[in-house]
Design a protein around this ligand. Structure first.
Ligand code: HEM
Length: 397
């Protein structure tokens, strides 16, 4: 099998492909499991087994060169604490400290808050007949949830959402190579300053007071301001856009599958698996980026050191070798493990929270609306190099 002569074409920047990437992903999986894109100089793995194997093998596939192709190509060094773009042992050190700040009690308090927030957005929509599921609900909720976790007041968040969404967005006028990378931690600096002066029993204070042994210097130290700010910026960047798209996809796939929706309406014990199947079926962040640190043999070819290898989790989740009849949405499907949250050391830090948000958002939506229809003529996908889902999704009740 050769990657040279082919009519298969895929890149994550192409708006037309992004509309429906499944046909090309199917061809890549079956005909060219190691795909090479000459234009942007990257490889892609699309089979479940390959994506899974590469995800756990951080010794071959590093994250430390960046987690967006633009970041890798620009040679931007990883800001300290941004452990999604670090390898072990720094990655493990930074992840462990952050995980201590997300205590089970803090997550439990969040559950009640998520329900309140759903009511705040959904109650005014009851009786309206038509609204935008993204603009009126899904785009707001995850940002408010991360704000509640971190302890950042709501007023400030509203500006930040536009900042994060706008900086990640690609447009025809602003293609990928002119992209600004989000200035990740900086907008949160005033809160850090405030919390340092006014400690409380909260997330930021836990980080401010954390002590640990640095894996390099072997000295005990606290986190720097840059590390704390990058943590917060990373939680927003990783947790807001993705979870918003999940909620949008729930609205879309259930509108497309009214018989299954009627089953969930009648039996709420099906909600959790409906969220799981939606996560498998429409992946909010379907492409992960790695760089090889040594030559690697894949499907009879050698990929040299220093090459970008993308892991197409969205394609892997539709691999018929693992999921029978993969292009069918089935809320009763037994799902052992989809790859939507990645795998290995970088397995999504917020997976539990994302599932809780998806479940509560769906429960609260169904408590108010049991029958809706998506108006695709007015729907718009958001275009970023890593996120796939809706920016606008009008629904008629
Ligand atoms: C449906 C929603 C979500 C999806 C689809 C998603 C997906 C992912 C994926 C695929 C990765 C692995 C990236 C890689 O291997 O390079 C990841 C990592 C991560 N996610 Fe999520 N995520 C979601 C929600 C969240 C939320 C709500 C948070 C924050 C509370 C979050 C925080 C993170 C962090 C911090 C990492 C880095 C983990 C590490 O490198 O150890 N994510 N996520």
């Amino acid at each position: 099998m050769s990657t040279a002569a082919t009519d298969i074409y895929y890149d994550p920047y192409d708006f037309a492909i992004d509309q429906n990437p499944y046909p090309v992903w199917t061809r890549m999986r079956e005909e060219m499991p190691l795909y090479y894109n000459e234009r942007y100089d990257f490889y892609a793995l699309s089979r479940y087994a390959d994506v899974e194997e590469a995800s756990v093998d951080w010794q071959t596939y590093t994250s430390s060169k960046g987690i967006l192709m633009e970041m890798v190509k620009a040679g931007i060094p990883t800001p300290p604490g941004l452990f999604i773009a670090e390898d072990p042992p720094q990655h493990d050190m930074h992840r462990l400290i952050l995980s201590r700040a997300v205590t089970p009690r803090r997550v439990q308090v969040l559950e009640a808050r998520i329900r309140e927030l759903c009511a705040e957005y959904l109650d005014p929509l009851v009786g309206s007949g038509r609204f935008d599921l993204m603009q009126d609900f899904a785009s707001h909720l995850p940002m408010r949830v991360i704000g509640a976790l971190v302890g950042i007041p709501d007023e400030y968040l509203l500006n930040l959402r536009d900042h994060v969404e706008e900086s990640a967005r690609l447009t025809e006028e602003k293609p990928q190579d002119e992209q600004r990378l989000p200035s990740i931690g900086e907008p949160y600096a005033p809160f850090l300053k405030y919390r340092k002066a006014n400690p409380a029993d909260d997330f930021l204070t836990t980080l401010i007071q954390a002590r640990f042994t640095d894996v390099f210097t072997k000295e005990e130290r606290g986190l720097t301001d840059a590390e704390i700010l990058n943590y917060v910026g990373m939680l927003y960047a990783a947790g807001v856009e993705t979870t918003a798209r999940l909620i949008g996809w729930l609205g879309k796939v259930l509108s497309d599958n009214p018989a299954q929706r009627a089953e969930v309406v009648a039996d709420r014990s099906l909600v959790a698996n409906t969220v799981e199947e939606t996560l498998r079926f429409e992946v909010p962040s379907p492409i992960q980026v790695r760089v090889t640190v040594k030559p690697v043999e894949l499907h009879g070819q050698t990929v040299e050191e220093g090459k970008i290898v993308t892991l197409l989790t969205g394609a892997a989740n539709r691999d018929p070798r693992v999921f029978p009849d993969p292009d069918t949405f089935d809320i009763h499907r037994k799902i052992d493990a989809h790859l939507t949250f990645g795998k290995g050391v970088h397995y999504c830090f917020g997976a539990a929270l994302a599932r809780i948000e998806g479940r509560i958002a769906l429960e609260e939506f169904l408590a108010r609306f049991s029958n809706w229809h998506v108006d695709m003529s007015e729907a718009e996908l958001i275009h970023t190099a890593t996120i796939r889902g809706f920016h606008k999704l009008p629904v008629e009740i």
